[in-house]
Structure formats: C-alpha cells, structure tokens
Design a protein around this ligand. Structure first.
Ligand code: NAP
Ligand code: ZN
Length: 428
C-alpha cells in the first residue's frame, strides 16, 4: 500500500525546483519562510520525534472535560470528532496526543476547515490506494493558539497563533525534502491524518480535535490581524491551488480556467485574480455563475453549454481541475492552447476519455499537483495576509459536521465549511 501511495505521489508531480513568488510578480516581497538554519533544526526535530515514547490511541467514547492540566509534559486525552467506520457518521470521541518532544508545539485548535479530502478519507473512498484507518479523525487545515512549546522551539512562543496543513512530518533528508518539497518526501511524508505515526505506533489524527502536537517546522506562522477562521482553509485549499500557479508560472493576463467552484475552486479564482490572470470558471451548477463573477472571474461557463465550450477552444494557458471524482476530460483538453497544461488537483482516479492525438497535435500536457511544501505554504499565507485574501466560509459547530459533509457532496458548499472548535471550549 505504501509503495502504491508513494508511486501516486511521484506520479502526481515531479517538481523538484522551488519556484519563488518574486519570479512571477512585480509586487512587494513577502516572507519566503524558513531559510537554511530552520532546515537544520528540522532535521534534528525529525530525530527527536522518532525517539518519542510510543502511545496508542484510546477507544471512542463520550466527550470528557479534558483540561490539559499538565499540558505537554505527558500524553493528553483530548476531545475529537471522527468516524469509526466508513458507514458511521462522525461523532465525539477521545484520542490521545503524545507527550511533547523538544521541537514540538502544542496547539489549542480554534478553527478547522472541512476539505472534501476529509470526506473521501472518512468514508474510505480512497480504499484502493489509501485505505482508511479507523477511528478516523480528519482535518488538515486548522489554526490554533500555541499552548506549550518544547525546549528547543524557536519559531513560536506560548500564546502565538500557528496553522497546520496536510503534513506533520517528513524524512527531512531526501532530495525532495531538501528542496522544500516535503509533500513529495521519498520516504513518504507523515500526513496530518491517516498516516502511520512513528511517534505513537498508531496513525495520525487531524484537526477536528481540541489539541494537537506538531513539530515546529510543520507549523505555519499566522500573521497578526488576519481573520483566523477564514484563513484556516488557505492551509489546504489555498496552497493546493497556489502551488500550480507558481509552478506553471501563471502570469498577468494569461487565461486560466478553474474547473469546479467549491472549496479549492473558489480559492483558485481568488488567487488567480490576485495575480491579474484572466479567469474563467467551469461549473456544473447554474446557481454559481453569479458568484464566480463576484469573485472576479470574467465568466462562468456551464459544462453543458456546448456552444460556449466550442467558442473557448484553444484559449487557455492553464486549467486547474478541482472536481472530486473522475469525469470525461476531453472537453477541457479542447480548450487548452498549444503547450498548455491541465493540472488535476481533484480526482485521485483515472483521467477519463482523453484522446492522445489531441495531446500530440497541440503538445498539451495533463499533470497533477499535491498541496505544497512548508516554505510555499508559509508563502501563500503571507501573500494572502498582505492582500486580505481569505476563504468564503460558513462557520459551524462540531455537531453540524455530518450535515456539512452532505452539503459538500451535493455541491452546496459556499465555499468552505469551517468548524468553530473554540465554541465548544467556551461552552465547556
Ligand atoms: P468541494 O468543495 O466539494 O468542491 C468540488 C467542486 O467540484 C464542487 O463544488 C462542484 O463545483 C464540482 N463538481 C463537479 N462534479 C462534481 C461531483 N460529481 N461531485 C462533487 N463536486 C463536483 O471539494 P474541495 O474541498 O474543493 O476538493 C476538491 C477535490 O480536491 C477533492 O477530491 C479533494 O480530495 C481534492 N484535494 C486535493 C488536494 C491536492 O493536494 N491535490 C488537496 C485538497 C483537496 P461546481 O458546482 O462548480 O460544478
Ligand atoms: Zn484538503
């Protein structure tokens, strides 16, 4: 299984070189994230984590009044929301967070976005290449307050705000990690949930929980003054759409198409508009056409509008597909220009119905891309903070997660659900 996952990761994207934002923009610099000293520290952190004591997760049960009295020094039992099987709705449960190592940060989770990946994983929809380990606690775009730091931590102090995306560790020594591509770690990154967890011997649990322990390298600095709830989705939806725009060098005035206007799609529109690209949305939902234009797209085209699809033939420099399921792609290959690329960040399935001759005649490319590295994630957070770019969110309480899942699946998300974990703490 691990081998096939790693193959998928490699197939998704072979990028090694980090593209820097200033290659693309005539705009002020933003912080480019950690430099080499941080990298060295991270390598040490990885060793510390591997040596951490082994824990096992506790069984599911009712929420407790966990207070974290001896915060960080010992494993703590925390409230979480997760699924116990593919067919079970998510419910409250207790999980254990490991004792902190010298390089770890303990975050008190405040806001956690709901990504469609959470639903795929909770429902075991990726069983062929990434089977779900239960109990499954999803959540890989969250922001929290630092409640404790290990003795070697330098990036954070207690009380700071930090964010975590889709990864919580990687080997730190392979060529991809050394190129700030931890998500493509050749030994496989430890993803925020459903990864084997070398620190516990179990598997990782995500951000639908009160607290989490994460090595500081994998915690993103959140600039002061941002809207925390609406910034949380940038840690997955934001970076996943930003990274291909950087890699394929989407420039001012170029035509980009965003396929699917959901959580990732609406961030893709905002990020492409920010770089003054000419944006078109391809949607299956007539009710989203006006929204696409409000978000800054030139137009929104229904997949079913054959005349529009014909008019747009050979027009696009880049397409970003965020559709969560396999679908016939040829109609989108048709709208690519010579040498242009369709980047799939959505369906982890077969590319359906693509005619090889059209790729040959137009030297067109089909590609994939997975999230972004830690430095690039810091980059998108800083970029968005500087421009007041944030997700459009519906804030919900944890009891509403299952209803939110149904709405996401039925394409009725406008445009990201975010779980207000803080509200549950205030309520005790
Ligand atoms: P989402 O909020 O559900 O948005 C997906 C959008 O795709 C829908 O709103 C809908 O937009 C469109 N769509 C077209 N056909 C659909 C169908 N049959 N079912 C559902 N939606 C359909 O999902 P998301 O959170 O943006 O995630 C999108 C995909 O990206 C998921 O598969 C997720 O696992 C994946 N993902 C990948 C990465 C990565 O690193 N590559 C990172 C995060 C997520 P319209 O109504 O406009 O048609
Ligand atoms: Zn995600």
């Amino acid at each position: 299984m691990i081998t096939s996952r790693r193959k998928l990761v490699l197939a998704l994207d072979h990028r090694i070189t980090q593209t820097r934002m200033n290659d693309q923009f005539n705009e002020p610099n933003v912080d480019h994230g950690p430099a080499m000293p941080d990298r060295r520290k991270f390598l040490v952190a990885g060793l510390g984590l591997a040596a951490a004591p082994l824990l096992t997760h506790v069984a599911t049960g009712a929420p407790s009044a966990e207070t974290g009295a001896t915060v960080g020094k010992n494993p703590v039992s925390v409230r979480a929301y997760g699924a116990t099987s593919a067919a079970t709705p998510l419910g409250a449960m207790q999980i254990e967070r490991r004792a902190m190592g010298a390089n770890d940060v303990l975050l008190d989770v405040l806001y956690c976005g709901i990504c469609h990946s959470d639903i795929h994983q909770a429902r075991d929809e990726w069983a062929t290449w990434n089977p779900t380990r239960y109990p499954c606690v999803p959540g890989h775009e969250f922001i929290g307050r630092v409640q404790a730091v290990g003795s070697a931590v330098t990036k954070f102090r207690v009380g700071d705000i930090g964010g975590v995306g889709c990864m919580v560790n990687s080997c730190g020594t392979c060529e991809n990690c050394l190129a700030d591509r931890e998500q493509n770690c050749l030994k496989e990154a430890t993803f925020t949930y459903n990864s084997p967890d070398p620190a516990t011997g179990g598997h990782t649990f995500g951000g639908y929980s009160d607290k989490i322990v994460v090595p500081e390298h994998f915690v993103i600095r959140i600039p002061p003054g941002v809207d925390l709830a609406a910034t949380a989705p940038l840690l997955c939806a934001g970076i996943t759409t930003f990274s291909p725009m950087q890699h394929w060098k989407l420039a001012r005035g170029q035509r980009v198409g965003v396929i699917g206007l959901g959580g990732l799609g609406h961030m893709a529109v905002k990020l492409a508009v920010a770089r003054k690209a000419d944006v078109t949305v391809f949607t299956t939902s007539p009710g989203k056409v006006a929204d696409a234009q409000r978000l800054g797209a030139r137009e929104a085209v229904l997949w079913s509008d054959a005349a529009a699809m014909k008019r747009l033939a050979n027009q696009f420099d880049l397409l970003i597909s965020t559709v969560p399921q396999a679908y016939p792609m040829q109609q989108f290959v048709n709208v690519l220009k010579l040498d242009a690329t369709l980047v799939n960040v959505g369906a982890m399935e077969q590319f359906q119905g693509v005619n090889g001759i059209d790729l040959v005649l137009g030297r067109k490319s089909l590609a994939g891309s997975m999230i972004g590295g830690i430095a690039e994630t810091q980059e998108v957070i800083d970029y968005c903070a500087a421009r007041n770019i944030k997700a459009e969110i519906e804030l919900i309480r944890p009891e509403e997660i299952n209803r939110a899942y149904e709405r996401v699946v039925s394409k009725d998300v406008r445009y990201r659900f975010v779980i207000d974990m803080a509200s549950t703490k205030a309520a005790g």
